[in-house]
Design a protein around this ligand. Structure first.
Ligand code: ADP
Ligand code: GLC
Length: 469
């Protein structure tokens, strides 16, 4: 069986968030004597692509409306990853320093068309085409409907929804960019009078998955406008919890962190990492260290962080470190707090992979007050490194964290509300002061198995069932 994943992100080649981690890990865990798993993604202009060597394996031209664009397919000269990756280079559109921006409609359409043009030439076609999020959402439609790609329409397609907030909408006046199809079927592309790639994928893919079971259920009530569609298609929908790549996220071998550790050496290892964080960012080492890592966007609840932290920091009994970027207003408010709470608080505005690993290894608690969290990987990384998660009871957070009052190991709040988050912080402080319990939980959570093994198998079972159809 040959599984072809198509995605805008894949770690370590290009990462904005969890999508990259998933697409960079799942293929490793799917591989077996009977399965090959590969990734097709865009070729961006970034540090990774400039420091690796690639060779061209295919060259052609694609049509976007009336315009022609040349493209190449690249592969590594020496593959640094555990699975095959093919990069689609459309120099005029995709080769940029960013992954996402305002011209994404044209960029990702070109990516999808080039990908299918190239697959048409393969001798051994994919057994399954697995698309991730709206950037690849027109593929199931094009395979089913576009005249050029009809010969591929027997290949089963899977759509995984990592985040239904983003749907890739564009206006009908761009319809000519989509390869020719029978206009009687235009309804498959439409949702609320717009072309909606995510909706089109939900309608046309053979199977739809979300990245946690709870998120699947939540989407039927709240999916940024797609609720009724998901209810209607519920028979082919399934929630499969993400895993984590334990070869990358392992405190025993992690090359990013200051001191490696395992369960037995948790205390000394974590102290060394905390010490480094506190020295580097001028934080009080004696206090419990609360951290946030992530995109500063409404779904993550980060608009409330400045107010929460302002109040929480008043008593000077905690230290706080924030790593993230996004909404400008939130960034500014988080930066303003730095001078007010010297020695107890720092906000690193930006993206820093190494620093994120050290935070998982050194912070005592990780805050995730998400309004929407399809899965969330941060809490699973935190658990693996012995950091106690403080999460809102939603989506994948609900499926992976059990509250300490329920014989669990994390702290859960129901709503995204300043007082509830503050109350959760108070409960965390309480736990921190019961040193024996606190240390016992840290050791226990390191042992929870969230590796991809179980979930990769779930995907394989899904593919098998599609191949039987
Ligand atoms: P999402 O995909 O919604 O952003 P996830 O929890 O699934 O959320 O995954 C986020 C991933 O991105 C994690 O690997 C996290 O460590 C990483 N990450 C997010 N923001 C940053 C940042 N500013 N610097 C470094 N890593 C980050
Ligand atoms: C999305 C979601 C996040 C999930 C990630 C990987 O970005 O916001 O919750 O963990 O995808 O599936």
């Amino acid at each position: 069986m040959k599984i072809t994943h198509i995605s805008a992100e894949c770690y370590p080649i290009a990462k904005v968030g969890g999508l990259a981690d998933v697409v960079g890990a799942l293929p490793k865990y799917q591989k077996s004597s009977k399965i090959t798993s590969q990734v097709i993604m865009p070729f961006y202009d970034n540090k990774f692509t400039s420091s690796n060597e690639f060779k061209t394996i295919y060259e052609s031209k694609l049509k976007l409306g009336s315009k022609d664009f040349s493209f190449r397919v690249l592969e590594f000269k020496k593959n640094a990853l555990d699975f095959d990756v093919f990069l689609i280079d459309v120099p005029d559109l995709l080769f940029k320093e960013y992954v996402y921006s305002s011209d994404d409609t044209n960029r990702f359409l070109a990516f999808q068309i080039a990908t299918l043009d190239w697959i048409l030439t393969w001798k051994k076609k994919p057994s399954i085409i697995h698309c991730h999020d709206h950037h690849t959402g027109l593929i199931p439609f094009m395979l089913q409907e576009a005249h050029n790609f009809k010969s591929l329409n027997k290949i089963p397609t899977v759509l995984t929804i990592h985040n239904a907030q983003y749907q890739g909408w564009f206006a009908h006046d761009k319809i000519n960019l989509i390869p020719k199809f029978d206009l009687n079927n235009i309804g498959l592309l439409d949702w609320n009078n717009q072309i909606n790639p995510l909706a089109a994928a939900i309608k046309c893919a053979w199977a739809v998955t979300t990245v946690s079971p709870s998120y699947m259920e939540e989407l039927k009530q709240n999916a940024n406008g797609l609720e009724s569609l998901l209810q209607h298609e519920s028979k082919k929908c399934n929630g499969i919890l993400n895993g984590i790549d334990t070869s990358v996220w392992n405190p025993e071998t992690d090359e990013f962190i200051i001191k490696n550790y395992k369960n037995r050496t948790l205390n000394s290892g974590r102290l060394a990492n905390k010490k480094w964080l506190c020295e580097t960012f001028n934080l009080d080492f004696e206090k419990p260290l609360f951290a946030f890592i992530g995109r500063l966007v409404y779904e993550k609840g980060t608009d409330l962080l400045p107010e929460v932290l302002e109040i929480a920091l008043k008593n000077k009994n905690i230290s706080v470190l924030v790593l993230g970027s996004g909404n400008e207003d939130t960034q500014n408010k988080l930066k303003t707090l730095i001078s007010k709470h010297k020695n107890y608080y720092y906000a690193f505005i930006g993206y820093d992979e190494k620093l994120s690993h050290i935070i998982y290894a050194g912070a005592d608690f990780l805050l995730m007050p998400s309004r929407v969290e399809p899965c969330g990987l941060n809490q699973m990384y935190a658990l693996r490194y012995g950091t106690i998660p403080i999460v809102r009871n939603i989506g994948g957070l609900k499926d992976t964290v059990i509250d300490i009052d329920n014989n669990g190991f994390g702290i859960i709040h129901e709503e995204v509300e300043v007082n509830q988050i503050l109350h959760a912080i108070l409960r965390a402080l309480n736990l921190y002061s019961s040193k024996t319990k606190f240390n016992k939980i840290r050791k226990e959570i390191m042992e929870i198995d969230h590796s991809w093994n179980v979930s990769a198998n779930e995907y394989n079972k899904l593919y098998q069932s599609l191949l039987k159809k």
